[in-house]
Design a protein around this ligand. Sequence first.
Ligand code: HEM
Ligand SMILES: [Cu+2]
Length: 575
Amino acid sequence: MAHKKHDAHGSQDFISKYVFSVDHKVIGLQYLITSLLFLLFGFILLMILRWQLAYPGQPIPLIGRLLSDNLAPGGVLSPTFYNALGAMHGTIMIFLGVVPLGVGAFGNYILPLQIGAPDMAFPRLNMMSYWVYLPGGMLMLLSFFLPGGAAQSGWTSYPPLSVINPGQTVWLLAMLLIITSSLLGSINFLVTALNMRAPGMSLWRMPVFVWAQLVTAVLLLLAFPPLQAAAILQFMDRVAGTSFYLPANLVVFGETVRAAGGGLPLLWQHLFWFLAHPEVYVLILPAMGIVAEIIAANTRKPIFGYKEIVGAMIFLGGMSFVVWAHHMFVSGMSPKLSNFFLITTMIISVPSVALLTCLIFSLRGGSIRFTTPMLFALAFLPLFGIGGLTGLPLGLSTTDIYLHDTYYVIGHFHYVVVTGSIIALMGGVYHWFPKWFGRRMDDFWGKVHFWGSVICMNGVFFPMFIQGLSGVQRRLYDPTAQLHNLPTQPLNIVSSVFAWLLFVAQIPFIWNFFYSMFKGKKTEENPWKATTLEWACPSPPPHGNFEKTPHVYRGPYEYSVPGHKNDWTPQHVEA
Ligand code: HEM
Ligand SMILES: [Cu+2]
């Protein structure tokens, strides 16, 4: 049912085609460009912050002069601006960068194609998701220029700080928009994957990437409403004089903050982490889906344990709702309760290990093509492994009491989100670029980008484990103010130098991306000789995607099947 009738989609002038578009492909690309820009911006914030960490109290060359006097007097970052950089970095990277990239960009573009659908189930809702996300993101950035400044209470916005710190009101408003956008999106993804599959595309014939998006959508749909509610309550505490989170008789600088009070700061932590733990899987599941697709196409064999991978994803999604308080072991909960969360956390590590093991076994006996996307997928495996394994000591309440709020935690989750999610998403950009633009990215510069990124990422984040183990706290403005931090202070310089080099390593990518978009080598429908349906329509796919609705005859990864003509048999090919 490739729809010839376009009136269902409204007219096709410039604005409705490229700006307020209802086509999932255009919306996917809008998300792609926007989220990449946010990632870059969040990264630049961190490069400024890393100067302070490496050379505490010294003026920042060049940038220091550009910043106004109240942010960086004499070119030296002020402590409050340092906090704002940290908080905004975290918020931007997670809510405006990685999630919109993994779900908004990849999910939107690839999912309908992989299930053989002409578009998302609700194209207008889809457009609205983007047009709520973008203003939300802009509002978030705008807060830097407002009198109160940007949020300073970390990406977790813990009360009581968040209720009394300036800047947080706009942060909350922006979050309400961003959450709304995700909710609208997740409904759309669910209905699309469940209802719009081409004939023959049974659930067990859906590519791993589609499953990953489906589980992700369920997580978003169930986890975000509590945070939405929690954020509204915090907003009320700030502007309407309520006291859901402010404890009674809170004293700041010798003065009692408010006559009222009697709220529970801990309530926020529960509501927040009930979202934010599943969110971790929202960051990583699309990445795993992408890695599976890339590995299948580049080993020329079916991925190992397709059903086990899908089962593990579903189990992971379910379990992710009963582990949240492992972020709160030091909040004074009873040992019985902390044991419950310790045990569920150990259980959830099982499907994660199973998933990774399946992906590693998929390499066995494959005739591997070391293309640029494949290099990213290969790097993902051990590096995400480090991220996952270093999480275990954080899940054990005894060791976490020492490690909590140290740089070890920063090291751990950056291995997960940077050498995990981001590496995979980068691989995905190289993998699907030919589909998006009908042209290829340059392989040489792709490999330069790959090696530069992988080496520098380890250089940035590995030292953090050592710092954390030796007791360096996170969110420190001046690490040298405490004697026990002095021996590891040189590692801060190592980390920062690699962070700046990491930025340099992104330049070939940015150039390659935009150059190839217009001037790259032209490519046909299926340049990787892959089996899934997105490769069965032209590159880039026309409005409505498929000339005629494909019929699906087989599973997603029939590579090197004995007796078949080629070493790949696409899903829509009859025999
Ligand atoms: C690739 C370059 C990146 C570098 C060099 C970097 C570095 C850092 C550092 C040094 C901190 C600690 C800041 C402090 O002392 O307060 C930090 C915090 C954080 N980062 Fe990153 N990061 C990067 C990417 C990311 C990504 C991709 C994400 C998420 C998807 C992320 C999420 C966070 C979060 C949530 C925090 C905690 C912020 C807070 O304390 O409120 N980072 N990062
Ligand atoms: Cu968690």
